[in-house]
Write a protein that binds this ligand. Structure first.
Ligand SMILES: *Cc1c(COP(=O)(O)O)cnc(C)c1O
Length: 225
């Protein structure tokens, strides 16, 4: 468990070192690989933004801490979300990073309305256009964008991407800087600067993502090894 503390401290230091605006950066501890003891250790280190990619496991972990009256956790959904499972997380989810279809957004809007709340979402963009990746191709998002401006119970607060699995720094940098450019364009054309978040960067590439303007990094593996 000492490792967890050391690794978190290193990540927090890297945010200061690599980000042009470190005060804006949120670090999401991705807990999908681990159980309750590791999560408790993360919370002890004052990291309260947690990320999960499976509805079932997320719900179990949420309930465990709710039963203990630990209420200060911000739960992030970072995986591929099936429409029919939105109802299980709508009550408590802080941010859904991975909206990649209009039908999914419609469902989130509907369920948020049932709880009388607004749910923050990010649009997942597939920059590299890899067929294997989830996420909108930018042209497909552009053709649906006006629909996103009509929702009552959804706040679109930014964009998310997953970089391709490579160590090639140039490719990674291109992906992250392209996402930033897309966000800036969308802000000018449609969102009146309401898109504030760029969720990009994982254990292997977060330093580059920070340099290119990430405001949210999602880190799992590095915390635990
Ligand atoms: C698992 C996962 C992460 C964390 O990846 P690591 O390489 O373990 O840091 C980040 N984002 C998403 C969408 C994930 O599924």
């Amino acid at each position: 468990m000492d490792k967890i503390k050391e690794n978190i401290q290193e990540i927090l230091k890297d945010i200061k070192k690599y980000s042009p605006y470190p005060d804006k950066v949120k670090f999401i501890a991705v807990t999908k690989y681990v159980g309750i003891p590791e999560i408790e250790e993360i919370l002890k280190n004052k990291v309260y933004n947690l990320g999960e990619n499976r509805v079932q496991l997320l719900s179990e972990k949420y309930l465990y801490f709710k039963d203990k009256n630990i209420e200060n956790i911000n739960w992030n959904f970072i995986g591929n979300l099936q429409k029919n499972k939105v109802k299980y997380i709508a009550e408590f989810i802080s941010l859904i990073h991975s909206v990649n279809k209009l039908s999914l957004a419609k469902e989130i809007d509907k369920r948020a309305g049932e709880w009388n709340k607004k749910i923050d979402i990010l649009i997942e963009i597939n920059i590299a256009g890899e067929e294997s990746k989830e996420g909108y191709k930018i042209d497909d998002f552009n053709s649906e964008i006006l629909e996103y401006l009509k929702f009552k119970n959804l706040n679109v607060i930014g964009l998310m991407t997953m970089a391709p699995y490579t160590k090639d720094e140039k490719i990674l940098r291109d992906v992250f800087s392209t996402l930033k450019k897309i966000k800036d364009d969308l802000n000018k054309k449609y969102f009146d600067n309401r898109l504030t978040e760029l969720s990009m960067g994982m254990s292997g590439d977060y330093k580059i993502a920070l340099e290119e303007g990430a405001t949210i990094i999602r880190i799992g593996t590095k915390i635990f090894k």
